[in-house]
Design a protein around this ligand. Sequence first.
Ligand SMILES: C[S@@+](CC[C@H](N)C(=O)[O-])C[C@H]1O[C@@H](n2cnc3c(N)ncnc32)[C@H](O)[C@@H]1O
Length: 207
Amino acid sequence: MDNRLFFPATERNRDSIRELLSRILVSRGLILEIGSGSGEHGVVFQKCFPHIIWQSSDPVLIHRNSISSWIDHEELNFKMPQPLDIDVEKTPWKIPSKLLLSIQGIISINMIHIASWNCTKSLFKESSKLLKNGQFLMLYGPFKFGNKHISQSNKLFDISLKMQNKFWGIRDLVEVSEEATNNGFIEEELIRMPANNFSVIYRKVSL
Ligand SMILES: C[S@@+](CC[C@H](N)C(=O)[O-])C[C@H]1O[C@@H](n2cnc3c(N)ncnc32)[C@H](O)[C@@H]1O
């Protein structure tokens, strides 16, 4: 059965994210993606970076079914693992130990503003347990700076998120990075991305 979902934003941001990944990925190992959604990013990145393993995950069954369908459709079954059922808040995350051995980084695209603040906290806490010093956690999405939006469209988007769920909303990078620091990460690089988004690379520096 074809359960593929199509998330329009992935088409708009995949090229810029792919460019960044080509700079930060090391030659081997596994990337754990949190909140993979449709799976469209995962299959594109798996194809572009055949030397790594792209491990997607999502807590929503229709998303995991979509990811599996995308893996089938792109004939990546021989290479790309099936998605894991990971809800960042339900800890510890259930990850097969053989995958943990080869993890090189964790990526979450457009997730933390569509989830409670507790999910951000949990993301850093669990990532800190899984990653070794020198490995990275990358976030992609819109951010506020000093509690200010960088554009009118981000401000309106934030209002619409909060109307859907009072616990959602665009996060302030200062607060996100504080959480990172509390869990042994440093904010290594902030990269401006198209459409008023940013990528942030956090590097694990201590336990
Ligand atoms: C806007 S979508 C982004 C999906 C995908 N990363 C993309 O960029 O197309 C947000 C995703 O976060 C996932 N998500 C929401 N709450 C989550 C949680 N507590 N733990 C993990 N993922 C979560 C949703 O299921 C959804 O797939």
